[in-house]
Design a protein around this ligand. Structure first.
Ligand SMILES: Nc1ncnc2c1ncn2[C@@H]1O[C@H](COP(=O)(O)OP(=O)(O)OP(=O)(O)O)[C@@H](O)[C@H]1O
Length: 338
């Protein structure tokens, strides 16, 4: 069993703290979603896991060993941090062959991973001509070369079409079902809801949540009912008296927990209250996340200023001050899908 243990990990770049005392465990047999907005510190954490960045403080082990102490790292951990890191003049097969040979892995693995990633038909083509989706597949093929028990993918679905996204999502789940530890980062909450069993959320380098996905959803909004009526205040009192917890939703709606929609409908009928909407909510991860961080002044209270938060978030590290002050309210699929 190969577990990733991240312990008090901290990374400073000059005066900036990119990762701040983060600890979590990535367990085998499940997909752990690593969620956070642009600039939260996901890539930096992943780089530290595989020895590409030195922690300022803290430690990481994979199966109890530091990355640099692994005799043949590719057989323990495969990491896709940047699908563009391929020699464009090499064919897919040659790229993988070079990796296999330089890491002492059997050449037959090349054909096996080409087949697994659906690249066998283009194995002889130069990687430079590959689409983004094919490059991602090639990067994933490389992570699988050593048949490692631990896999790390940094934003693997970014920019992919729906077919590519589904393929990667299915692959992650299959790899986890095979008993591997899979850590996958995303800034899309909806993406995590569909693919992860466990969730580690960071914001501004700090750990915000470390929880099972279903527990996270249950504890943060699943099971609420959206109610709309012309008399929200009066009906809220009725609901509270009946044991429900009520909070104000958007556009004068009520978000009710503690009573089923059947109970709420019956209560409304009993009191002669006309309802224009009665809708059980299945919390989206975004709702759950917003719920979780509602009281967190540090993360929620940063207002959008001077238009700096409306960018596509793809600026380089030098743009970090504006990226790091991006409010969580802007984390939405529509705003940042590429
Ligand atoms: N080499 C570096 N030098 C200086 N600052 C850096 C460096 N690498 C990352 N940072 C800064 O550290 C912070 C965390 O960046 P990181 O790339 O880890 O975040 P992320 O969550 O992966 O975001 P994204 O989704 O945009 O990749 C950012 O403010 C970033 O600008």
């Amino acid at each position: 069993m190969t577990t990733i243990e991240v312990n008090g990990l901290t990374k400073r770049y000059g005066p900036d703290t990119a990762v701040d005392d983060v600890s979590f465990i990535v367990e085998p047999g499940q997909v752990t979603g690593f969620l956070g907005p642009n600039g939260a510190g996901k890539s930096t954490t992943m780089k530290m896991i595989v020895g590409l960045a030195m922690p300022t403080r803290g430690s990481v082990t994979i199966g109890g060993r530091r990355y640099r102490d692994l005799p043949v790292p590719l057989t323990t951990v495969g990491a896709l941090l940047d699908a563009g890191a391929v020699h464009g003049g090499r064919t897919a097969r040659d790229h993988l062959l070079a990796l296999a040979v330089s890491n002492g892995l059997p050449r037959r693995r090349v054909d096996e991973v080409l087949a697994r990633t659906g690249l066998d038909g283009v194995a002889g083509k130069r990687a430079g001509g590959f689409s983004l989706g094919m490059r991602q597949r090639l990067g994933i093929a490389a992570t699988l070369l050593g048949d490692p028990q631990t896999l790390i993918f940094d934003e693997p679905v970014n920019g992919l079409d729906p077919e590519g996204i589904r393929w990667i999502r299915d692959l992650m789940r299959t790899l986890a079902r095979e008993g591997r530890s899979v850590l996958v980062s995303s800034h899309l909450m909806s993406e995590m809801a569909q693919s992860a069993d466990h969730l580690v959320v960071i914001g501004r380098g700090r750990l915000i949540a470390d929880t099972g996905m279903s527990e996270f959803l249950r504890a943060n909004g699943e099971g609420t009912v959206l109610v709309r009526t012309r008399e929200p205040d009066a009906f809220a009192l009725r609901l509270t008296a009946a044991g429900a917890t009520v909070r104000e939703g958007l556009e004068s709606s009520l978000v009710v927990s503690g009573l089923s929609s059947d109970d709420i409908g019956a209560l409304a009928a009993f009191h002669g209250v006309a309802l224009s909407e009665l809708a059980p909510q299945r919390a989206s991860l975004e709702d759950a996340f917003m719920e979780l961080t509602r009281d967190s002044i540090e993360y929620q209270g940063v207002a959008a200023q001077g238009g700096s938060c409306g960018t596509d978030g793809d600026a380089g590290p030098e743009a970090s001050p504006s990226r790091r002050s991006r409010p969580l309210a802007e984390w939405s699929e529509g705003g940042n899908a590429a």
